[in-house]
Design a binder for this molecule. Structure first.
Ligand code: ACO
Length: 328
């Protein structure tokens, strides 16, 4: 089985900054409530007319540049997203077209927030036997136009963004290596986070729009409980598989949904806060983009260095969850 490593990272967050004070003007909320309950101070949102592949293409170009490979060398493009530009075709095909990655096979993975981790797991399987050798994996999302700006329990939580990595075969050790992956799902809990309208069960209609079924619905308290359990279990599982203890982890990047969830999970795993990468205060929850964006920023700022042992874990609608352990 061939080893696989991350050779380049990139990210793009829209320029438009939306601070908590914006929501104080449109709903009954406060900067103090949002900050203490979630850790979010501001988020980035697209301008009208921008779409997911605009963000994903810029993030991908930046990851390709760091990896030192051109788009036409890619043989695989996987995008973790549940907010592609259109219902069809996939966002991955749009990014393939815009990068000029002519020979890549391109498809999306719809697994909500862990979409990037699911994408990594799929790419790893495709590459392990040597049939694919240069892959682009993206986590990208435009959540801002799925939000009901009258529902204070959801609209303050999310933002838009995209992050990407380029994967290549590796000799392991100093060249980096994905050591372990875990992806899991529990469809029994589909109703905890969902967007009911616009799909095949409730197709687009005036009635659907009038009832607000195009917007994200979430049972925040229930999600909170499952989030802590799944993030901890998944991370523990892959560390145990590799015989690695939490003391050996250099950096932990949990899904950036809520600072309270991140703090509890890090504490349960025995990972000190100074090893936890945090971006939730400036971007909010960007769903599948949180981990690759945080990872790229930590690499580019010099926090995460070559050879560091990195643990990432995420959970989201489905429910879906997963974790990855890799040496950068
Ligand atoms: N401003 C002010 N008050 C609010 C707001 C707001 N924005 N939102 C809710 N409240 C109120 C509620 O109405 C409630 O009032 P009440 O007591 O009078 O009924 C009170 O605050 C407490 O509400 P809770 O829901 O109990 O607040 P909680 O502390 O649980 O925080 C939150 C809510 C932030 C949503 C939390 O439950 C959470 O983070 N859950 C996890 C959500 C998550 O991570 N989702 C991402 C999933 S990823 C994906 O796939 C999309």
């Amino acid at each position: 089985m061939k080893k696989i490593a991350i050779k380049g990272t990139g990210s793009f967050s829209p320029e438009r900054v939306v601070p908590n004070s914006y929501f104080e003007k449109i709903i009954d909320t406060s900067d103090e409530w949002i900050t203490t309950r979630t850790g979010i101070k501001e988020r980035r949102m697209i301008e009208k007319g921008q779409a997911m592949s605009d963000l994903a293409t810029l993030a991908s170009a930046s990851a390709l540049q760091m990896a030192g490979i051109s788009a036409d060398e890619l043989d695989l493009i996987i995008i973790g997203t549940s907010t592609a530009d259109m219902l069809s075709p996939s966002a991955a095909c749009m990014v393939q077209y815009r990068l000029g990655a002519k020979k890549a096979v391109a498809f999306d993975v719809n697994a909500a927030c862990p979409g990037f981790i699911y994408g990594l797991a799929v790419a790893q399987k495709f590459m392990q036997d040597g049939s694919y050798s240069k892959a682009l994996v993206v986590g990208g999302e435009i959540v801002s136009n799925r939000l009901d700006y009258k529902d204070r329990s959801t609209c303050v939580l999310f933002g838009d963004g995209a992050g990407a990595v380029v994967l290549e075969h590796s000799n392991g050790k100093d060249n980096g290596e994905i050591l372990a992956m875990d992806i899991e799902s529990d469809g029994d809990l589909w109703h905890l986070i969902h967007v009911p309208g616009g799909g095949s069960r409730i197709p687009p209609s005036h009635e659907m729009l009038n009832e607000g079924l195009q917007y994200l619905k979430m049972n925040g308290n229930e999600v909170f409980k499952h989030a802590v359990r799944t993030l901890v279990d998944s991370a523990r599982k892959i560390m145990a598989q590799q015989g690695i203890t939490s003391e050996e982890i250099d950096w932990f990047i949990p899904h950036q949904a809520n600072i309270r969830i991140m703090d509890v999970v890090a504490e349960k795993l025995g990972i000190p806060t100074e090893k936890v990468i945090v971006t939730v205060h400036k971007y909010g929850n960007t769903s599948a983009a949180t981990i690759p964006v945080a990872f790229d920023e930590a690499v580019r700022s010099g926090q995460i260095r070559k050879g560091d042992l990195v643990l990432v874990s995420s959970f989201g609608a489905g429910l879906t969850w997963g974790a990855a352990l890799f040496r950068y």
